[in-house]
Design a protein around this ligand. Sequence first.
Ligand SMILES: [Zn+2]
Length: 229
Amino acid sequence: MFNISDYENLILKLLNAGLKPTTNWNEKMTENSLLLRHDIDFSPDYALKIAKIESKLNVQATYFIMLTSNMYNFLSSHNQKLVKDIIDLGHKVSLHFDPKAYENVDKFLEEKNIFENITNNYVDIVSVHRPGLLLKNNNVSLSGVKHTYQDSYFKKMKYISDSGCKNIFPQLNEYLKNSRKFGLHLLIHPIWWASEGSNPTEKLNQWCKIKHNFLKLEIKKNCKIYDEK
Ligand SMILES: [Zn+2]
């Protein structure tokens, strides 16, 4: 299992290989382009940990944040502050959209407006959460907004993902050892690197424990009769 210092070494490895991180999804990608993408499925706290490592190495990434998650509330003061901190470190933030949260996918535009108003950031690229069927027709845009599974990022770049806590290194080393034709689109979920544990379940349980303690503190703040020590 990997940890936060493994993440730092990963970034150094990519930089040493000559890859150039960019957060401009509209620029022409070259064989040296690196789109470092983070889908925040669980924890904005872990995202900030990753963001600080990148910032220390002068690297910028794109953080995709959910508005409809059952795991965290983007609008809470705690999470708005974390997102602001990520932006202040020089990173890009955008929308991690879950189409399954709505009966009508047109709701996307409403969600986009809320996100833009709160973050003061224009959404020009969206990451779709658990894309499923979208991958069968991956070049459709979302009401005119580009998404990360379109060919330009998904097929015309090398796409590597740590989804499900997959070890990315065999694929990555293979990519780096050959002469490059395509840039790299690397999807990293912060929880797999920033949470502690010797397997994915332990990492998720560690996050649950922190979340549980946070909730207890919030209950104390909001309900005087709660006397749990
Ligand atoms: Zn996701």
